[in-house]
Design a binder for this molecule. Structure first.
Ligand SMILES: [Zn+2]
Length: 259
């Protein structure tokens, strides 16, 4: 692919870059967005039944809410679903696009990955500065007191409980209707507002508030580069639209700039 010379030159001199990544960046690894994974045994459930606080809620007050919202309350089902997904993710490796982003971090003094993916592949590829807007499927925490844990019992009957307070353990991911972790979101907004180049990679550009980050960057004068298989609502506003797979385009871009 021929890249615009201006973009290559800019990448050579810039110090601040932010890159937002979405499902497309992970799909090239053979996995596994929430909806892609939800096949076979899990296909019969509504996404809300597998990933919402109402469905998991251990509290009576929320139980009544769950009845009115039409969401089945079954914390064990949710725990099993995430246990299954966690195992599936373990067999997945970062793709060439992830490794290219890790390479870019070596060349740019302030490089921030902002990801909507929960699979942890960016860190696995070697990126240090990663903001996880939707959490990380490999982390488990208490639903009551927020204590993180690395180990839990393997009871097949019920959801494992927190050793500190007895609350139910849950994956540290953002469910439908939950707000994003504030520290990660604030850092993402800051990185977007201060960067000189903003990449939007493999994301549909419609899920808020992540989608607004590109506009925040653009309004502050950043050059916006979109890498995606298909055009999105962001495309007409982007300075550059590089159409294709990030696993192919990013390694070529790294070669063109620093090779
Ligand atoms: Zn607890």
């Amino acid at each position: 692919m021929d890249f615009p010379l201006k973009l290559i030159q800019l990448l050579r001199i810039t110090n601040r870059v932010a890159a937002l990544t979405g499902a497309g960046a992970s799909q090239e690894s053979g996995l596994r967005t929430f909806r892609d994974s939800q096949a076979g045994l899990w296909a019969q459930y509504k996404p809300e039944d597998l990933a919402s606080p109402q469905a998991f809620a251990p509290l009576v007050s929320l139980e009544s809410f769950s009845e009115t919202s039409g969401v089945a309350r079954d914390p064990k089902l949710i725990w099993d679903w995430y246990a299954w997904w966690r195992e599936a993710v373990k067999g997945v490796r970062p793709n060439a696009g992830h490794y290219a982003l890790a390479e870019i971090e070596k060349h740019i003094s302030e490089f921030t990955i902002i990801t909507q993916n929960v699979d942890g592949l960016h860190r696995m590829a070697g990126n240090q500065n990663v903001l996880e807007l939707h959490g990380n499927i490999q982390r488990v925490r208490c639903s009551e007191c927020y204590t993180f844990t690395e180990t839990w019992g393997d009871d097949t009957e019920s959801v494992p409980q927190c050793e500190v307070c007895g609350g139910l353990l849950r994956p540290d991911v953002v469910w439908f209707g939950e707000s994003l972790p504030r520290d990660q979101l604030e850092a993402a907004v800051e990185a977007s507002r201060t960067c000189e180049i903003f990449f939007s990679i493999g994301t549909s550009g419609v899920v808020q508030p992540a989608a607004s980050l590109a506009y925040a960057a653009r309004n502050r004068g950043a050059v916006v580069v979109e890498i995606n298989a298909e055009a999105t609502p962001l495309t007409p506003k982007a300075d550059y639209f590089l159409q294709g797979k990030s696993g192919e385009i990013l390694p070529e871009l790294v070669k063109a700039v620093w090779g």
